[in-house]
Design a protein around this ligand. Sequence first.
Ligand code: CA
Length: 236
Amino acid sequence: MRLLVVEDEKRIADFLTRGLQSAGYAVDFAHTGNDAIERVHATEYDLVILDLGLPDVDGLQVLQKIKNRKTIPPVLILSARDSVDDRVKGLEQGADDYLVKPFAFVELLARARVLLRRGQPTPEKLQVGDLTLDCIRRKVTRSNESIELAPKEFSILEYMMRNRGRPLSRTMIVEHVWDMDYDGLTNIVDVYIRHLRSKIDDKFVTKMIHTVRGIGYMLDIPEMHSYASGVDAGTA
Ligand code: CA
């Protein structure tokens, strides 16, 4: 899940970015309206958190630009303007929710999660074989046994389960799960995959995380025939 935070006040932006990152989201940050417009056109975001009072372009104008896109991410407006007028204007122009400053981070997170869920065409629970991932409660089980994952491990596993059977490159995983500018750090993926394997695969005969040579990794259960014969179970 990749989020864009548009906020010119550095203190608030840092606070939001840190909080959202520790909740397991990849977060990009724009501190002007123009920067936000550029980013929204270049990247598919799952949610935009948009401050209205920006130094260059008004936040409502940024909102309009976002709404002109072909694929429109949900927008949560964040503003000190608490007049009913502004709230109505924001919602009329297509914002999905509105939070008035100052706000508690837990409230922002709760609202962000609702919007992220809404934009999600896929089910709230992902299942591959006996491995289950609950996207809402953020719980993972295998053979009904609960597995504790760190936020990044969870995000990688969720991404891999959503793309079951599809080889994912390290770059794809990094871009999806980490923040920008992780160039050259793709071996961090290997470290996390090792952690994930030790948590979800090591104890079990059927391995789900497969190394795809020359590409990266893929999550799937081996085909029944190779599984039964014990051949190529690791590369199906
Ligand atoms: Ca502002």
